[in-house]
Design a binder for this molecule. Structure first.
Ligand code: DGL
Length: 269
């Protein structure tokens, strides 16, 4: 049997976007094994009902537990927003989402107390970010905006395209008017559009990457529970998807800067 410390960190997302979180985990925890599940057959989660996203998240988690992971990271903001409590009730394994870490970091870095949040329709409708932020400091102002078109733009690789610039201006104008000083990138795909978002909002606005913030929390949790992998050899990264692996592999290899991605199609549930 594999000793607990050497087991993988399980990560799931609705599709490919969660690789932004994997990238953050790889750079913070370079010796950890990672098992990723991308629900490419059922993506997107961001415009589905909370009930359906909860059901999918249960199945995704169950799959990863079947792969004998030592903890779960819910990389998908939408799933973190609507399913995290249910997952923690249902499964007896440490589970970290991206909402609380992103909110906590924004509260730490805001200078004037005006925080913007962008995410999918479901994440914004859940009000999870505002409630996590206001629970930490009720005097802060939070302004949210759903930016659904950012997801296909990122997947198309159009992060620097003039269309991305136009879409970003359209979506972000209201946040600029609200004079936010900090913006939470509350969707797996948005770190890919970081450059254009920063340009549209101006250099004064601090961008908070929730996935990056979550990787810090994962490291802290593993250290606290004495579950960090003591290995110093190259780790194992396995990727599973629920639809054909080809596109996922092509985009993923560009994204993670590797030519070695092992991607396997599985049937869920
Ligand atoms: N992964 C989703 C999120 O972070 C974005 C893509 C989707 O809608 O499924 O909210």
């Amino acid at each position: 049997m594999v000793p607990r410390k050497q087991k993988s960190i399980g990560v799931f997302d609705s599709g490919i976007g969660g690789l932004t979180v994997v990238r953050a985990l790889m750079s913070r925890l370079p010796y950890e094994n990672i098992t990723y599940f991308g629900d490419t057959a059922r993506v997107p989660y961001g415009n589905k009902s909370a009930e359906v996203v909860r059901q999918y998240s249960m199945e995704d988690t169950q799959f990863l537990i079947g792969q004998h992971v030592k903890m779960i990271v819910v990389a998908c903001n939408t799933a973190s927003a609507v399913a995290l409590d249910a997952l923690r009730t249902q499964f007896d394994i440490p589970i970290i989402g991206v909402i609380a870490p992103g909110a906590a970091r924004a509260v730490r870095v805001t200078r004037h107390g005006r925080i913007g949040v962008i995410g999918t329709l479901a994440t914004v409708a859940s009000k999870s970010y505002p409630s996590e932020i206001l629970a930490r400091n009720k005097n802060l102002t939070v302004v949210s905006k759903a930016c659904p078109l950012f997801v296909p733009l990122a997947e198309e690789g159009w992060s620097e395209h003039r269309i991305a610039q136009m879409v970003a201006e359209e979506y972000l104008v209201s946040l600029r008017k609200e004079r936010i000083d900090t913006l939470i990138l509350g969707c797996t795909h948005y770190p890919i559009l970081r450059g254009v978002i920063q340009r549209v909002l101006g250099a004064d606005v601090q961008l908070v990457d929730s996935g990056e913030a979550a990787s810090e929390e994962v490291a802290a949790l593993l250290a606290e529970k004495e579950m960090l992998n003591p290995s110093t050899v190259l780790p194992n990264h396995s990727f599973f998807v629920s639809d054909v692996p080809q596109r996922f592999r092509e985009l993923g290899e560009i994204f993670l800067g590797t030519t070695q991605m092992r991607v396997t199609k599985v049937h869920i549930p």
